[in-house]
Each structure stands twice: as structure tokens, then as C-alpha cells.
Write a protein that binds this ligand. Structure first.
Ligand SMILES: Cc1cc2nc3c(=O)[nH]c(=O)nc-3n(C[C@H](O)[C@H](O)[C@H](O)COP(=O)(O)O)c2cc1C
Length: 187
């Protein structure tokens, strides 16, 4: 059993992220090999990094950092649900990553991205570069949703799509293998 944390990157009012995250979370919950938890950065509401020391030392001064540290420490595998802003990821996810170091280390991460024609792929490629700096293994099997708005109905609900559902299952299966393997690298 692995603890899977699904991180919602977008925090802006009126964001579409919850529709996509809810759809993906329902699929993840059908995977009995995971304990699933959603970490919504809009709710967690981290300020811009305000810790005086490098996170490697884990000498956190602020309660919000201690809370965020506990949430990430208990994760074995992560899925980042990300939009694409100006050909990259939202600044909120970079800030959330920068807060910590050891908590991310030797853990697997997969992606659900959405956007226009690019399907958020540029955001994911940019994120991978950052995640290697905290020793995460970013898996290549991912869920990329182009022209995502056509999958959202009038009630703001993401409509199931057999191709995308299959893509989500495939990514979760691959993530599990990496998650199990990397667990052996952690103390
Ligand atoms: C600041 C900003 C920049 C954007 N840049 C891109 C982009 O580079 N590529 C893209 O496909 N969509 C881009 N979009 C459109 C987003 O795909 C769309 O607004 C989406 O709903 C954003 O996700 P969110 O609603 O969960 O925040 C951008 C939107 C915003 C607000």
C-alpha cells in the first residue's frame, strides 16, 4: 500500500483545476494499492517561501511549513495536477516544492496536465527539471489533456472519456512500480 498525494497546482479564483482533479481522484480511488489524499494548494495557502534556512536542515520556523512538511513526508508517490501558464507551470507549485527538500527525496511523481493544443506538456517538461533537483523520479507515462474545456460540462464536471480514463489508469500503474522501488531507498 502506498500513500498517494494528489497535488492541485492552480489556485486562482474560477480555476478549472478541481474538475480535472476530481475526475482523476475518483479513478485513483479505484486503485486499491493506494491510500489517496488530495492536497489543494488553494486551501493550503502557503505564502511565498518565508523560511530563513535551507529546507535541507528541516529547521522550520513557521507552522505552515511544519504542516506542509508533514503532508509531504507521509507521501510515497505524488501526482501533480497542473495547468500551463505562459508555457510553464503555475508559480504556486514551484513555491510549494521550494519549501521542502528531504520530504520529496527519493519519491515518485506523475502528472495530469491540461491546456490548449499543448495539453500542458510544456508545464510538465519544465516541472521535471525542478523535481530532479529535489531527487524525485518523474515518471514519463502521464495524462495530458488537450482542449480540456470540451470535457467539462455545464455543471463544471469533467466528463469521463475512455481514452483519458485508460491513460490515467496506465499512469497510476506505472507510478506504483516506481513508488514501491523508491521506498527501499528511504530510511
Ligand atoms: C496566466 C495564464 C497563462 C496561460 N498560459 C497558457 C499556456 O501557456 N498554455 C495553455 O495551454 N493555456 C494557457 N492558459 C490558459 C489555461 O489553459 C486555462 O486558463 C486553464 O483554465 C488554466 O487552468 P486553471 O483554470 O486550473 O487555473 C493560461 C491561463 C492563464 C491564466
Amino acid at each position: 500500500m502506498l500513500n498517494l498525494k494528489i497535488i492541485i497546482a492552480s489556485t486562482r479564483p474560477g480555476r478549472k483545476a478541481p474538475a480535472i482533479a476530481n475526475w482523476f481522484t475518483e479513478i485513483a480511488k479505484k486503485h486499491a494499492e493506494y491510500n489517496v489524499e488530495v492536497l489543494d494548494l488553494a486551501v493550503i495557502n502557503l505564502p511565498f517561501l518565508d523560511e530563513p534556512e535551507h529546507p535541507r536542515f528541516q529547521r522550520y520556523q513557521n507552522q505552515h511549513t511544519k504542516d506542509w512538511s508533514a503532508m509531504i513526508s507521509s507521501g510515497d508517490a505524488f501526482v501533480i495536477v497542473t495547468s500551463e501558464y505562459n508555457y510553464s507551470f503555475p508559480a504556486t507549485i514551484k513555491n510549494a516544492i521550494d519549501y521542502l527538500f528531504k520530504e520529496w527525496q527519493y519519491k515518485a511523481v506523475g502528472f495530469v496536465s491540461y491546456g490548449g493544443v499543448s495539453a500542458g506538456t510544456r508545464a510538465v517538461q519544465s516541472l521535471k527539471q525542478v523535481l530532479t533537483a529535489v531527487d524525485m523520479v518523474a515518471i514519463s507515462t502521464a495524462v495530458h489533456i488537450p482542449a480540456f474545456t470540451k470535457h467539462i460540462d455545464a455543471d463544471g464536471k469533467f466528463m469521463n472519456d475512455p481514452g483519458l480514463d485508460k491513460s490515467a489508469d496506465g499512469m497510476l500503474n506505472e507510478l506504483y512500480k516506481w513508488g514501491v522501488a523508491l521506498k527501499t531507498m528511504r530510511p
